[in-house]
Structure formats: structure tokens, C-alpha cells
Design a protein around this ligand. Sequence first.
Ligand code: OXD
Ligand code: MN
Length: 595
Amino acid sequence: MASLTKNPNVNKWVDEMIALTKPDKVVWIDGSEEQLNALREEACSTGEMIKLNQEKLPGCLYHRTLPNDVARVEDRTFICTSKKEDAGPTNNWCDPKEMYAKLTPMYDGVMKGRTMYVIPYSMGPIGSPLAKVGVEVTDSIYVVLNMAIMTRMGEQAFENLGDTSNDFVRGLHSKANVDPENRYIVQFPEDNTIWSINSAYGGNVLLGKKCFALRIASYQGKNEGWMAEHMLILGIEKPNGEVKYVCAAFPSACGKTNLAMLIPPEVYTKKGYKVWTVGDDIAWLKPGEDGRLYAINPENGFFGVAPGTNEKSNYNALASTRKNTIFTNVAINNDDMTVWWEKLDNNPPVNATEWKGTKVNGPEYIAAGNKLAHPNSRFTAPAVNCPCISPEFNNPKGVPVSAIIFGGRRAKTAPLVYQSFNWQHGTFVGSIMASETTAAAAGAVGVVRRDPMAMLPFCGYNMGDYWAHWLEMGKVLGDKAPKIFNVNWFRTDDDGNFIWPGFGDNMRVLDWIIKRCEDAVDAVETPIGYEPKPEDINVEGLEDVTTETVKGLLSVDKDLWKEDAKGIHEFYAKFGDKLPKELELELEGLEARLG
Ligand code: OXD
Ligand code: MN
């Protein structure tokens, strides 16, 4: 099939990939509904996809991955820069020459008997100066259909690239034999290249997402003066119609998609407050003409975790999945070919197929201690489906950011919310982000895992250089820089119960954050930063939380923080002389203030 572009750089690279992988057939994805429909039919006829109930879930399809291929594989993810120190102590590294030499034979002829799909896609709105183009070649229709939801895919992407540019990310994916022993997810930041092999699971194979929009893009951002961050973007509309935008970074499994789509409590909706979703996972940030920081969501859909999503926890996410959605590794209700997952409701289907494909009696299966849906089962849903999608979602300029919020899961240390003293201190606050492991994951409970800016598995270069870039961006932005905050929804009482209600009530904390950005409310200075006066967190309409409770949630236990500071020293030590002096000074400052 003829190429869709005159761009010689694209065509040369695609020809090389064809010569390497030797597919029987090559199909360029133009993005038309006609072509996508034919692919859907083909995938359903081979069993790769299963058609769900087209009345209840129009346009929705189901896919099951192999049980050995259900999540991102951090231990098989590499950053291949010529110098080891450019990947840094938090990434797996391999010399690019060595890695190419190892993988090339694995790709040699891997698509014999298969079709290669060439997917042009744009990360970011078509026509946006912040957007970037990628081309992914793959032997998986599942990848094509997911990329059609997650990106602006097809011929339109070449409009952004033009006929001569060489600035596109080259993504080579083959599911090969889905062999976990030979699974590799490899980024070559210096070559704008990603090679992924032996997986068919989303995070490893939808190369526009984590591989490009975070790992490669973070490296590009450092060189080009912008930032790629693991952040949601939301707009808070005030009763006067003004909308303030915030970005927020949380480690995986801290409720990012829920915060991005939050429905404010009645005390706020009554007054006319509303929350608009711009993005739920990734933000690209660049200073605009007015000197403020602007954000776009490079993605076009949501690749969300299904279990736990329900009418109450995230009404908007659930609504987003009711049409044109791909479900991966959830359970099927065979009575009506709909989907089910843990905590969707209290009625697991009796006539169920669990995620691995076995027919079971749902309630009995669960009673025996099994899960019907894989805990990391997913929905891939178009952003346009989201009832609260921001009217600015496709704005090529992006949205101006007033505040950046960091957060983690801490039982005792971090207060409900605090504000950093300034950008440099805010960078420090982001660099010491951490979560305590929960009983949900294997291993010891309560162990602190450092996850700076929630970028630990996603930073495409040395984290020390990444912090230096943050500090540099602060200098560029000057007094127009967003204010930086830290939140913790997960403080527990002595019995281990969460004290703060979370979900929609997190609006009460966002309210204080916005007021701080507008200089409309005072704060109290503490050793760790500025905190609200307890009475400035609106608790109207809450049943179990009073201003007294908030006071407790804001308490800072100096001994715990001193202990934490020791852990930060240890973590920082890994970076040697790549650690910016400013951060070392911030840590010393914190310790001095703690006494
Ligand atoms: C994700 C993640 O899948 O952060 O978004 O793990
Ligand atoms: Mn994520």
C-alpha cells in the first residue's frame, strides 16, 4: 500500500522497518472510520477482539491479554543513552549499540506471515505548536484500535509534521511471541526511537503514551525548554465563570483519574462551581507568549484502571466508557455481553467469564477468594465521551496553569495540604514525593517508595538533570510561575481508617489552593511550608469531618519528618554530583527548621 506522506524521512524509516521485520503486507492507517471498521471486523473474526452488546455498549469491544502480559514491566524497560550517567541511577541502562545489536535479530523477519500497520499519530491537538508527531509500526490490530482512541491518529498527523521535518518519534512494536523472557521496552532518546517487543499490553505497546509522551518527551523537553510530566490537568470554574487550571502529579494508584474528573460536593455545585477535565495522566507544559506556563494533554483518550470505577467513585469515567470503548482483561457477563469488574456494583454476574477466559459462577468465584477482573484491567475510552471534558481540550494554545500539585500516599507524615515557599522549594517538595506501600501490593506494608514528581518509571534521562531542568524552568517563568502545593488524601487514624473523605470532597482543598493563587486567603508558616488555617478548609456539609479534624490532618509531626529527612538524604546520595546544590540546600533548610 502506498505511503500516506511525501516526507522522505518517514518513508525511509518505514522502508527500513519493513526490510527488518519482513511483513507479508503493509497497511498505512489513514484514520478513516471505514478503515477502522474493517479492522474491527477482522479482529473480531479472528477472536483477537470480542464484540460486546452493541445496544447497551455501542461500539465497544473486548480484548484479553496473556496472563503473563498484564502490566508495564519496569525491570525490562531501558533508557539507552550513549553515556550511562545520562540515564541516571533510577533507570535501567544499556549502551544503544549493544541494545540495537541484541534486538535486531529478534525483529529480523518477525512479521513474516503478518501485516504491518503504519500508524501516524499526533500527541497533542492538530495544529498545536506544543504537539509532536510519532509514527508507530506494529503487527497488532489491538494497538491500532487503541491508538485510534488515545491519539489523533491517521493522515491528519502528517499535517503537523509537514513534508520535510525529521522531528518525529519512530516506534517499532512487534508482539512477536509475547515471550516474557524476551520482552523489552526500550527508549533511545538520542535517536527519537522506541523499540518494544514481546508484549501486547497497553502501557508497553501504545508507544505514544508512557514511552513517547513521558520518557522521550521529557528528554526532548529538557533540550527544547519545556516539560513533559505525569500530571492530570483540570479546570475549576468559579461561580463568576472564570476557570483556573491546575496540574497534579501522583504515583500510580493514588486516584489521579478520579481527581481529574471530580464532581464537587453540593455546597460548591449549588454556588455554581464546576470541574472540567483536560487530561488524566500526562501534561506537556511550555511557557506561553504572556510568560505564563501553558499545558496541553497530548492524549485523546483515557487508558484507565477499571476496578474501583463506579457511579460514586468516578461517575464521569464510568460514563466515558459507555460507548466506543475497548475493555481489556475485565470480566464478561455472558447473559448480555456486558462487562463487570470489582467494585463496579455489588452484583457480580453469575454467568461470567473471568479475565483469563474461563466461564465461572461470579459470586462463587469471588467468595473463593478470586478476582473476576484483573486488578490492572483497563478501559480505553475516547476523551469526547467524558461528560466534563473541558471546552479547551482541543485548544492548540493549551490552558494557563495557576497551580501544580504533588501528592502521595502517606499514613502519618504529610498533612492534608501545604504550599511550598517558592518554585525552588516546590521543586524540592516534588523531588521528595513518596508513597507508602499498601496491603494491595505484594511485599511489606508501609515501606516508603520515593517517586519524585511521580516520574520514577517515566523520566527519560538522569533524574538529577531533570531536577536541574525544573529549577531552570522556574527561572524562565519567574514571578509568573505556578504556585506549587503538596496534598495527601491518605492520612489514617490509629485503626488505619482514612480520615479525609477524598473523592469529590477534595474540591475543598482545591478551593483553598485556588484562593492561595489569587492571594485571597492567609496561610500559616510551618517548617515544611505554608498551611491553611484549619477554619479556611470548608467543611460545610461534611458528616464526620469538623474544623477540629482538619486541624489534626494539618498537624506536622517533627520527629516523623526528621526520620523522613534521613531517608531523603539516602535517596539523594544516589545522584552524586548530579544532585542540584539547590535541593541539598533545601533539605538542609528543612532540617534546620525542624530543629
Ligand atoms: C498508568 C500508570 O498506567 O501510571 O497511567 O501506571
Ligand atoms: Mn499514569
